[in-house]
Design a protein around this ligand. Structure first.
Ligand code: HEC
Length: 193
């Protein structure tokens, strides 16, 4: 009999502890659910843009962007750029960069050709920046295309531009002979297109 009051007291303590876990202020704090509207914030959005200089997990920490290609220009890099351009950019810009991609043919506003004089003179860094930050109505690809891949795409755009303006004079004698021997008469025209 003498132990009873103590046990009762412990039971009460247990109930107190359990209820504290369930209802405590740590559980019910004011917070926004994902994408919940927030009238006090700009554009009524609770989802905020990351602070400038935020580095995503897995990204290099140094946020400074080099002025030009920070890696060797290799065939491998261009092939990677080509693959990514075809995935991310060609739906609007077309595989040839002329601006008549598949969704443009379905009514989406057409981007400019990448073969204009201005864009042929543009730097690799300009393409890198357009991919990173978007341009006019084109949205940014920073969250989908890693930094090194942006350079690969930029380098590929230059290769694409060159492909539309290659002249017969740019070819080596051996390449010319192969071209002229391969398709008699049509060679010059084909190369200049
Ligand atoms: C959903 C369609 C769409 C996709 C996808 C797209 N773009 Fe664009 N892009 C546009 C449009 C539209 C413009 C013109 C924007 C403007 O002038 O307001 C543009 C403009 C550009 C320009 C020209 C910038 C200048 O100086 O005039 C470049 C370069 C470019 N895009 C590169 C890319 C690359 C590289 C990708 C892939 C990573 C890409 N775009 C993906 C629609 C797209």
């Amino acid at each position: 009999m003498s132990g009873r009051p103590v046990r009762r007291g412990m039971g009460g303590l247990l109930i107190l502890l359990v209820s504290a876990c369930d209802q405590g202020p740590m559980t019910n704090q004011p917070k926004y659910e994902t994408f919940e509207p927030a009238p006090r914030w700009p554009h009524n959005q609770s989802a905020r843009v990351p602070v400038a200089g935020t580095v995503a997990r897995g990204e290099a920490i140094d946020p400074r962007v080099p002025e030009t290609l920070p890696m060797p220009l290799t065939r491998e890099l261009l092939e990677r750029g080509q693959a990514l351009f075809n995935i991310y950019c060609s739906p609007c810009h077309g595989r040839d960069g002329a601006g008549a991609g598949m969704i443009v043919q379905r009514g989406f506003p057409a981007p400019p050709t990448l073969h204009s004089d201005r864009l042929r003179q543009a730097s690799l860094r300009h393409f890198y920046d357009v991919i990173s930050h978007g341009y006019g109505v084109m949205y940014a690809y920073a969250d989908r295309v890693a930094r090194s891949d942006r350079w690969a795409i930029a380098a590929y755009i230059e290769a694409l531009q060159l492909s539309q303006y290659a002249r017969v004079d740019d070819l080596t004698a051996e390449q010319r002979a192969r071209l002229e021997g391969g398709s008699s008469g049509q060679a010059g025209e084909g190369a200049q297109q």
